[in-house]
Design a protein around this ligand. Sequence first.
Ligand code: AMP
Length: 228
Amino acid sequence: MSLTKPLRLLLLGAPGSGKGTQTSKLLAKIPTLTSISSGDLLRKEISIKSSIGKTASKYIEKGDLLPDSIILDLIYKELSDKNWLSPNATWLLDGFPRTLNQAIGLDNRLSKHNVNINLVVELDIPEDVILQRVENRWVHIPSGRVYNTQYNPPKIPGKDDITGENLSKRPDDNAQVFKQRLQKYHNEITPLKKFYENQNILHKVSGETSDIIFPKLYNLIISKFGKS
Ligand code: AMP
């Protein structure tokens, strides 16, 4: 798909709702699109044992969100490093902003460059479906590639398809921590959605599987930003 104007997209969705899967599918369809996932970024920092990684792991293991100022600085640095503050850049954010404070902080910074988020899509998936998904989820940490032992298994069990490296279970993908994350998500997301609703850029796509969700998401983007 080619776009007729720059897309600056935020995907919202409960943990385990498939934001990563939808992101990969969009990247494959829209050549100019690039993405940042705050969770992937943090897991990379943890794997290289950086100082921010050490701080992050304390929060992530408990299912808590990192303080807004830490994550805002980290993401903003990434945005500038990737040249996303340029008016022609087309990009997608996954997992950030996640609180009203983060959204306001990001909006203020993006406003200076006139590159505010111009589409927000909430992925709406039933909770029982999400819970099952999380139990079966494995990730390749260096790349962020996600597998599901049920409907998207790796070719060799426990190994990444591309590099052959080991897959890991995320420490926060267990029932107890997960329920806490889900509860936190619902608490945080309501004011965030209001914020984008007031800007008239909030949309929702519903469905049980990523194959049902993706065409809806894709068509929404085409209708607003492109031609297929
Ligand atoms: P995710 O992969 O998006 O589910 O994120 C995994 C964990 O990283 C979360 O449970 C938080 O601990 C942390 N995290 C990711 N994004 C954010 C954010 N925008 N604000 C604060 N913490 C975050």
